[in-house]
Design a protein around this ligand. Structure first.
Ligand code: M6R
Length: 615
């Protein structure tokens, strides 16, 4: 939800900013802009739409400087217009500011500033913040580094909401100020140069030494040094971390899209989610990050899983997996509903929030609400430095590597692996025998190879996808743990191709959904060889009786489905609790190929952003 990149050093800032913006474009792509400090003035360039439009604007009207800030926007307050594109300026026009977040009291502040004679050029909440900082600089008349930091501090004390910001001032060269509350901001440390970014992927090509700023921290950045303090004015301790991945991990490589690259990374990401976490000797999973003893885990009598979008679908799938393996009741709650629902939870309820980015505002709110009620709340996150990872009481990292495609793919299967590990761990503390634990481990160890084998179906899936690409509506159906996979398949198709799609438990057909079945509406059935195979077949028959085309995802060796379905994709056999990790892969590829066939921008679907940091 908006990306920020800032640079200060000895090199030209623009290439660093543009490269960083391209890497952050997944966070929003409604408009983009840069502001560079050059010879006592600030020059800005902006464009509506993609970074490519900004690059074109700069080509026509070049801009230079060794200090600069930049932004790629996902619109919240104010439409998608040139005027609303960041960076924004203050009343004097000498200050530039970029912002990721939402200033909730911006209307009140704007009215106060208007009454003082300020004039605004945009409808954004951000411009109000720029004016507040500028007013504080002008009011104090202190045009020094300390003066700019103090002005930022004064402005931030007036705002309610979330922010990750970067600010420069034409009269105060040689310094760039950043601050955060609720929106991520990372400082990159180079030799005689420093960077600010919403996400390390923007700067990892330049440095892997970083400081993840905490909420209410302000950083004054110069080419050779930086100082971190807090909004309240005290000093702040910080830790320099080394980014785990290299710049290559955030490149597309030879793949045409990040989404495809990430789908293909799944044998490895699944292996990484399990790495070091399976103990054959004890026939269980080791999840040290939970920071709970076996006695504490034994006392857990109920689990609540919460997340949004794809992460919620992994929660729903996890409910089946954990209940199956550990016999502990699991309840799933959409994170955006969690804090308003007042879910009854007893003392021994353990809460997990699931989030790839670790920055999703609704999921963070669920975490905080659960903690406020005194529950131990754990995170399942991919982004190690994220707010959820840092605020949770422990958890499990996905280790999936950066996921850039807006559609979540590899993070979903990593989440399922972690929920299976959790089921194994809890099951072994309860009723699962050593031998049963060993069997589960050996089945899990086969997963990366089975996923690789499933990916070999790509060409076949592409053919089927092209055949149905012009349909206007799709139904996805599955039973048991494959019911949430049907929902996930529908979500993938909707976001990638803009085709209407919905996912249901197969048996729900006859309770209403069947009214949608006709010759033009394909139904995708996930019907592996499991305990409910025959039930799925009956539902397929019901669709076929009404002339609905059926695409089935079955199990290798199946011959029954081909007799009744129009198209069949056969995935390798796996136990019921692991099948969802395989059955979702054809659905990811199916959506991808339909999106490509329709000419959609699959990595950056319209209206979406990778991490949704507003409520
Ligand atoms: O970063 P998170 O896992 O918290 O994100 C949650 C959802 O916003 C995300 O899964 C979204 O639904 C994806 N675009 C789905 O592909």
């Amino acid at each position: 939800m908006c990306g920020i990149v800032g640079y200060i050093g000895r090199a030209e800032a623009l290439p660093v900013l543009m490269d960083g913006l391209r890497r952050l474009e997944y966070r929003g792509y409604d408009s983009a802009g840069v502001a560079l400090l050059n010879g006592g003035s600030i020059e800005s360039r902006k464009a509506v739409g993609r970074i490519a439009n900004l690059a074109e604007a700069i080509q026509q009207n070049p801009v230079h400087g060794k200090t600069g800030i930049s932004h790629t926007r996902w619109a919240t307050h104010g439409g998608v217009t040139f005027e609303n594109a960041h960076p924004h300026s203050d009343q004097s026009g000498r200050l530039a500011l970029v912002h990721n977040g939402v200033i909730e009291n911006y209307q009140t502040l704007r009215e106060q500033l208007l009454a003082k004679g300020h004039q605004f050029k945009s409808q954004t909440d951000t411009e109000v913040l720029a004016h507040l900082v500028g007013e504080a600089v002008d009011g104090a008349g202190n045009r020094t580094k300390a003066g700019l930091v103090e002005a930022v501090r004064m402005a931030l004390r007036q705002v309610i909401g979330t922010y990750g910001i970067a600010v420069i001032h034409a009269d105060i060269p040689g310094v760039m100020v950043g601050a955060r509350r609720g929106s991520p901001l990372v400082l990159g440390i180079g030799r005689d140069e420093h960077f600010l970014a919403s996400d390390v992927s923007a700067i990892v090509a330049h440095t892997r030494e970083v400081v993840y700023l905490n909420d209410y921290e302000i950083v004054a950045v110069e080419a050779e040094r930086f100082d971190i303090s807090t909004v309240s004015g005290s000093g702040a301790d910080f830790q320099v971390s080394t980014v785990e991945f290299s710049a290559d991990a955030v490149d597309k490589g030879t793949f045409p899209h990040y989404m495809l690259k990430e789908i293909y990374e799944q044998p490895n990401s699944i292996r990484d989610a399990m790495r070091g976490r399976l103990s054959s000797e004890e026939a269980t999973a080791k999840l040290g990050g939970l920071e709970m003893t076996n006695a504490q885990l034994r006392a857990v009598d109920r689990i609540v899983l919460s997340g949004c979008g794809t992460a919620f679908h992994s929660a729903l799938t996890g409910e089946y997996i954990i209940e199956n393996l550990a016999h502990i009741p699991v309840e799933c709650e959409i994170a955006s509903e969690f804090r308003y629902r007042n879910l009854p939870m007893d003392r021994d309820t353990l809460v997990f929030v699931i989030s790839q980015s670790g920055e999703t505002a609704d999921t963070l709110a669920a975490l905080r609400e659960s903690q406020r009620k005194g529950h131990r709340t754990l995170g399942i996150c991919n982004n190690v430095a994220s707010t959820i990872a840092r605020e949770s009481d422990g958890g499990v990292y996905m280790h999936a590597g950066p996921e850039i495609g807006v559609a979540a793919t590899k993070s979903f299967t990593s989440q399922l692996v972690i929920l299976t590990l959790l089921g194994l761990l809890l099951g072994r503390i309860r009723h699962l025998s050593h031998a049963e634990g060993r069997t589960i481990i050996s089945e899990m160890e086969k997963l990366p190879d089975l996923v690789a084998k499933t990916l070999e179906l790509d060409a076949e899936i592409e053919k089927v996808a092209r055949k149905y690409a012009r349909a206007n509506n799709f139904l996805f159906m599955g039973r048991q743990a494959n019911y949430p996979i049907a929902m996930e398949g529908a979500l993938k198709l909707k976001e990638i191709s803009y085709i209407s799609a919905s996912g249901y438990p197969s048996a729900e057909l006859k309770h209403g959904v069947i009214a949608l079945v006709n010759e033009e509406t394909p139904s995708v059935f996930i019907a592996p060889q499991d305990a409910v195979f025959d039930k799925n077949v009956s539902n397929i028959e019901e669709v076929k009786a009404r002339k609905g085309p059926v695409i089935a995802i079955g199990t290798e060796g199946d011959t029954a489905l081909a007799k009744i379905c129009d198209d069949v994709i056969l995935i390798p056999h796996a136990p019921d609790y692991l099948t969802p990790i395989l059955s979702v892969i054809p659905l990811q590829l199916f959506s991808y190929h339909i999106g490509v066939a329709l000419g959609c921008d699959v990595d950056k679907p319209r209206n979406l952003a990778k991490s949704v940091t507003v409520e």
